[in-house]
Ligand binder design. Structure first.
Ligand SMILES: *Cc1c(COP(=O)(O)O)cnc(C)c1O
Length: 400
């Protein structure tokens, strides 16, 4: 029995069975052709079964698929860390690999906490955002601000020890720093776009102020760009605009081929661990960190991203979304938000979206709305015609 994600298994509608996938299309076992409007949880940026990625992975598989990084190393992982070092802004040069975004967030938080232990600082508090999502492992859940946590642990756990949540508003940010600044280890955010918390978008000025305050109060700034990285906000990385101390990448890192993630520290964080004292080492090591297939795919994915002028393509996606949705209204809609390759229609009552999945399916689109949010984060390789089909399917739901 497969236990499916985020689902009450007793009432779960049978999932759609996919037999093959190519470009932005999912082909079902019973002959349907669906455009994937969510890029398999926002990761498949180059589309499915990309010939160049397929070629690269086949070549690597015939050489070897995996060796552990404990005591061993290999060319794909060396090349990827070198590539990230060159490609990422500032001195974000020190790459710790892991197998998923959640684990990469755990590593980032562990780095921030131990950075302070190593310098004999008693700082332990973590600042995070309301509506944050950072993954489903324990510490990631704690810094997150998600209902699911209460499903599992009950409302009694409402006050999470050592984590403070604030809204994305500068006065709240300033207040938090003036009250707790001297006790904070780090401030973790999904920069500009909060994905699983409801495709919430906020202004860069908040992050600029956060950077200033983190400098002033000696607090590490962590960007969880698992969802926003690789162009989703219209920027290559939000870290190109405001530089964090630790950057977390996942999802699109491997173009949606294989689970892999990276926690990338700047020089100062690195130096906080670099010492003659063995207890200052970062004690972490996922079995599959630096997996050779994942690193090969990530390298190819980055190459395609550079070669393909993706930021221009994403600007076109954004412009088309504005053209189709600016001024679109319905009594059921409370907000429409567009940023880069993320397009979201928020409704007043989530019940209104019941049945939309089936409706989209019948229109040849795979969609997975959640709570009050109908959205698309398409693969960047989507054609104008295919994107129009997704958006017109979304609009048609309100015009039935
Ligand atoms: C998806 C996501 C994660 C978790 O990544 P997994 O690979 O699912 O563990 C963490 N942070 C953000 C912002 C995400 O969107």
């Amino acid at each position: 029995m497969i236990w499916y994600p985020y689902a009450q298994m007793k009432t779960l509608a049978p999932p759609i069975k996919i037999s093959s996938a190519k470009g932005v299309h999912l082909y079902t076992e019973d002959g349907h052709d669906l455009i994937d409007s969510v890029s398999s949880w926002w990761s498949v940026i180059h589309g499915y079964s990309h010939p160049e990625i397929n070629e690269a992975i086949k070549e690597q598989v015939d050489n070897f698929s995996h060796v552990m990084l404990g005591g061993l190393t290999h060319e794909p992982v060396e090349k990827l860390s070198k590539k990230l070092e060159e490609w990422l802004p500032g001195d974000l040069d020190y790459c710790f690999f892991s197998d998923s975004g959640s684990v990469a967030v755990e590593v980032a938080l562990k780095m921030a906490l131990q950075f302070n232990t190593n310098r004999n600082s008693p700082r332990r508090t973590i600042l995070a955002l309301e509506h944050a999502y950072h993954g489903d492992t324990f510490k990631a859940m704690e810094v997150g601000d998600d209902e699911d946590y209460h499903f599992a642990f009950g409302k009694s756990n409402e006050k999470k020890q050592g984590v403070i949540h604030i809204p994305t508003e500068i006065p709240a940010l300033e207040k938090a720093f003036s009250e707790y600044g001297d006790t904070l280890t780090c401030f973790i955010v999904e920069p500009l776009l909060q994905g699983a918390g409801g495709m919430r978008m906020y202004d860069i000025s908040f992050l600029r102020r956060a950077r200033e305050l983190c400098d002033k109060y000696d607090v590490l700034l962590i960007f969880d760009e698992v969802a926003t990285g690789f162009g989703r906000t219209g920027n290559r990385f939000v870290a190109d605009l405001v530089l964090p101390d630790i950057l977390v990448l996942g999802k699109a890192l491997t173009g949606g081929y294989i689970g892999h993630a990276a926690t990338i520290a700047n020089r100062r964080v690195w130096e906080g661990f670099y010492s003659d004292d063995p207890t200052h080492a970062l004690m972490h090591g996922p079995t599959f960190m630096g997996n050779a297939l994942a690193c090969t795919v990530a390298l190819k994915s980055i190459e395609l991203f550079e070669k393909g002028d993706y930021l221009t393509i994403i600007r076109k996606i954004e412009a088309l979304a504005h053209r189709e949705l600016d001024g679109f209204t319905s009594p059921e809609i409370s907000d429409i938000r567009i940023m880069g390759g993320c397009i979201c229609i928020e409704v007043r009552d989530g019940k209104y979206l019941e049945g939309f999945r089936q409706f989209a399916f019948e229109h040849g689109v795979f969609s997975r709305p959640f709570l009050k949010y109908m959205y698309t984060m398409p693969p960047y390789v989507i054609s104008e015609e295919e994107l129009l089909k997704i958006i017109s399917t979304m609009k048609s739901w309100f015009m039935r």
